[in-house]
Design a protein around this ligand. Sequence first.
Ligand code: GDP
Length: 236
Amino acid sequence: MSFTVAIVGRPNVGKSTLFNRLVGARRALVDDQPGVTRDRREGEGRLGDLSFRVIDTAGLEDAAAETLSGRMQVQTAAAMAQADVVLFLVDARAGETPTDRAFADLVRKSGKPAILVANKSEGRAGEAGAFEAYALCLGDPIAISAEHGEGLSGLYDAIRAALPEATAQAEPDEVPDSAEQDKPIRIAVVGRPNTGKSTLINRLLGAERLLTGPEAGITRDAIAVDLDWRGRHLSM
Ligand code: GDP
């Protein structure tokens, strides 16, 4: 089953760039001037095994309805009304602004499942800004870089978690057949000595199967461990 994602946020936070990244074609006009994108655009988005309709909106601004920014706000409200999930973008480099806070209120009022996305998070400047987004009280920000294609697996997980179970199912032709599903998932636990690999495996097993201790190198060889976890067979 398909679903609809609306990308909202103030001008210049990277909505068009994310839209292009999801839709996979340079369909939206991208520019350094705030407010270049003024209309809603729609496209077929894909992220991993998810496919969905994406609506890119004009930037939201907290202004009277008769002004241009008021009209942009109306566009955004209309997009959110059609959406199953709202991606609320902020600019991790610019930090949190009063306009972001006003938009956060609108997103909350829409009552839709919303994901706070801290865009432009590549590099150190971005990381610090992503933390600031916690202040918007819309949950954990998902740090991405729409321009560099970073953080998209975190966005995928967040979209799946925000969707009702039935909607989040993979497309029918991509559901693994049962033989595929019965195959153990093979996981390699690797890392330098004494980082806690055996302790992690013991924790997953719920038993002290592997010997652990403060001395580095207690586990000398590769070790194979099988376990069932949430109905799936894992081989580590
Ligand atoms: P919109 O007004 O919200 O649709 O924003 P745009 O997608 O037009 O992007 C505004 C500006 O931010 C453009 O110059 C983009 O190249 C830039 N931009 C978008 N995403 C990123 C990113 O992940 N990192 C950085 N550093 N810049 C970005």
